[in-house]
Design a protein around this ligand. Structure first.
Ligand SMILES: [Zn+2]
Length: 382
């Protein structure tokens, strides 16, 4: 099938291309910085120096020493990355995409860092605990615990983590609620709630998402979307999110993550065993190996990025097709895509390499082309 309709679409503005180029460079710079930090720690032996400090500070108590170690690593990483973080904040303002004040941003950064610390400490303590109790099969236990934690955090995220950064209110718009009920009925399913996300307090961008698991599963719609889009356009966005729900995309991603992390933990355990064999570390539970474990997982995640993003783009296309089937007219879907691209300064036509490596969603040009192709096959949706 030809997608010739794509040629009639608006092109990327110079501003959008520049904004996305800067954001991408920031992402890459951040990855390189963290990668370099891990390499330097391991190559200079500072990873062992930090471990000795941690032991001394903790009065030789292992679990407390692990906590100090994680704390120091996260502090160093944050301090080194702070210039890039601040530049990222400035870029959003420069392109008129943010209305967040510096003080509010600093507070968000602090909260984000503290959440990272809590999750990081829990995870690392558990990993070194499993290494101590089961030096050979630790990775299997750690893998099970890791996925249990990931599912737990996915479940509590919409009710505990998101509200730390944004306010959420149950949707009050009766017309939209009715549209959603009708969409859900047609799908033979029920979403537990739709929430208005007060994104406008910090950003000029618009967004929507399906989040949570089980009792916390919900559709969230940014107020920036609710204010500026027609009811038909919002319905198209809702239908897309409902498509994720109907096709069980969240549980399916969890299953994929469970499988991939099993291989990941095994590779990390093998790498650690080899490092101990080569006397990089005196014992297998020497937590000075943490930078090596993080390095191995970072490299694996980077290699897997195109795979995970391809998987995600496929799910997005599926949700789009679900939306085409459930809404009566396709035009509002296309106009909502155009509005979102303009408002968020999204790149409509990124290069193929950029799309493959970095994009979790198909580019807007392809999503619109798919909608136009659908329209040709289903003229009744015009
Ligand atoms: Zn989606």
């Amino acid at each position: 099938m030809t997608l010739s309709a794509a040629t009639t679409q608006p092109k990327d503005t110079a501003e959008a291309s520049q904004y996305n180029r800067i954001r991408r460079r920031l992402t890459i710079a951040d990855m390189v910085l963290n990668f370099a930090l891990l390499i330097v720690l391991l190559a200079t032996g500072w990873n062992a120096t930090l471990r000795d400090w941690s032991y001394r500070a903790s009065g030789q108590r292992y679990a407390l020493a692990v906590f100090f170690y994680v704390l120091m690593l996260l502090l160093i990483s944050k301090v080194l990355g702070s210039a890039l973080d601040y530049y990222g904040f400035r870029v959003e303002h420069r392109f008129n995409l943010s209305n967040q004040k510096l003080k509010s941003w600093l507070w968000d950064e602090t909260k984000g860092w503290l959440i990272g610390l809590v999750i990081g400490v829990i995870l690392v303590e558990l990993i070194y605990w499993t290494i101590r109790i089961a030096p050979f099969k630790w990775w299997l236990i750690a893998w099970a615990i890791y996925n249990g934690l990931a599912i737990f955090f996915a479940q509590i995220a919409p009710v505990v983590l998101f509200p730390l950064f944004y306010k959420f209110y149950p949707l009050t718009n009766e017309d939209l609620k009715e549209r959603l009920v009708k969409l859900s009925e047609r799908a033979g399913t029920r979403v537990r709630g739709v929430y208005e996300w007060k994104l406008s307090e910090k950003s000029k961008k618009a967004n929507a998402a399906l989040a949570g698991l089980g009792a916390t599963r919900r559709i969230i719609l940014a107020d920036t979307l609710l204010q500026n889009y027609s009811p038909e356009e919002i319905e198209a966005v809702l239908a897309h999110e409902l498509g994720h729900h109907v096709h069980k995309h969240i549980p399916k991603s969890i299953v994929l993550q469970v499988g991939i992390s099993l291989i990941g933990f095994w590779v990390v355990a093998e790498g650690l065993a080899m490092a101990v064999d080569r006397e990089m570390f005196a014992t297998v539970h020497d937590f000075a190996s943490l930078p090596l474990l993080v390095l191995m997982s970072t490299v694996m995640s980077f290699i897997l990025m195109p795979v995970m993003n391809a998987y995600s783009r496929q799910k997005e296309r599926e949700a789009d097709r679900y939306a085409f089937r459930s809404i009566t007219k396709i035009a509002p879907f296309i106009s909502s895509m155009n509005k979102l691209a303009d408002q968020n300064l999204a790149e409509r036509e990124p290069s193929r390499l950029v799309e493959v490596w970095f994009h979790s969603h198909p580019p807007v040009s392809k999503r619109i082309a798919a909608a136009e192709a659908w329209l040709k096959e289903h003229p009744a949706s015009a």
